[in-house]
Design a protein around this ligand. Structure first.
Ligand SMILES: C[S@@+](CC[C@H](N)C(=O)[O-])C[C@H]1O[C@@H](n2cnc3c(N)ncnc32)[C@H](O)[C@@H]1O
Length: 290
């Protein structure tokens, strides 16, 4: 995007968010994030079933991990565009594509705006990149226009916080001294598509049919390391640097943060797992058609 986001621009807050310090931190922890979210991406990928020769749009592609998998699946006769609003993440995606000799067209654009030719994609795909639209119905209506007749949509999004220990555990650990505000599942954020009825309403209103939601849950290692202390160090680094808990704690005093470090570390050390500290993660794998 050549011009900076203005407050009146749709998704202005998210554009600022993903281009600011958060975008930089996602770069720092990108390998960690890719490893932790790989299983959910694979589940969406299987549901999407990309075929050789197809044209695919990877929505909110970030640093490109899923775009590369899609590019391998569609082959030289196919094409993949990765779209994202984050300049730093796209920069990393382009570097990684060059290093792997993969041809992916990474574009800096708001996926909810009419940036692509109508009827140009066979598949719209996303791993956790569609929960950040100010107006999801308008965004998906716009995206639907870019699908060819018979085209399909497949994405992974988080189910509710209560099913996601990576979010719930730190919050519970600090509940005595950090007030919990209920997650608003109608606002942009990781849980914006956690409510199955809401997903169906949005996609139906956007003109999609054959909407299906499959729950997919699997644990992942929140922290890795040779010892449990090292695992906790790794997990603490991530909890305090990326994601919604980091965002919440940034707004708190240093004193509250110091208490939070003690409480969250103790809770993390209570987690099971031989190779890492294991937490639950639960998603919806959503598919639909034009
Ligand atoms: C949780 S990250 C997921 C990134 C990537 N799909 C992955 O799995 O590693 C969400 C991504 O969506 C992007 N994003 C948010 N709103 C967007 C929009 N309106 N258009 C395009 N990308 C968007 C963010 O910049 C960020 O890279």
């Amino acid at each position: 995007m050549e011009t900076p986001a203005s407050p009146a621009q749709p998704n202005a807050e998210q554009i600022e968010y993903w281009n600011g310090p958060v975008g930089q931190r996602w770069l720092t922890y990108n390998d960690w994030l890719d490893e932790r979210t790989a299983a959910y991406g694979r589940a969406a990928f299987q549901a999407a079933a990309p075929q050789p020769g197809e044209a695919v749009l990877d929505i909110g592609c970030g640093a490109g991990a899923t775009s590369f998998e899609l590019a391998r699946a569609v082959g030289a006769q196919g094409s993949v565009i990765g779209v994202d609003i984050s300049a730093p993440l796209l920069g990393r995606a382009r570097e990684r594509a060059a290093a792997q000799g993969l041809s992916v067209d990474f574009r800096e654009a708001d996926a909810s705006r009419p940036s692509f030719a109508p009827a140009s994609f066979d598949l719209l795909f996303s791993r956790f990149g569609v929960m950040f639209f100010d107006d999801p119905t308008a965004a998906f209506a716009e995206l639907r226009k870019t699908l060819k007749p018979g085209g399909r949509l497949a994405f992974a999004c988080w189910q509710g916080p209560e099913l996601n220990d990576w979010y719930e555990l730190p919050l519970t650990a600090i509940a005595d001294f950090v007030e919990r505000t209920p997650v608003d599942t109608r606002q942009p954020g990781p849980f914006a598509f956690s409510d199955a009825d809401h997903i169906r309403e949005v996609l139906t209103a956007a003109g999609f049919g054959s909407i299906e939601l499959q729950p997919f849950a699997t644990p992942f290692y929140l922290g890795r390391g040779a010892t449990r202390e090292a695992m906790a160090d790794d997990a603490m680094e991530q909890v305090f640097r990326v994601g919604p808990i980091a965002r919440l704690l940034e707004a708190q005093s240093e004193e509250v943060n110091a208490r939070a470090r003690v409480a969250i570390r103790a809770a993390l050390l209570g987690l099971a797992g031989d190779e890492g500290l294991e937490v639950g993660g639960a998603t919806w794998i959503v598919t639909a058609r034009v």
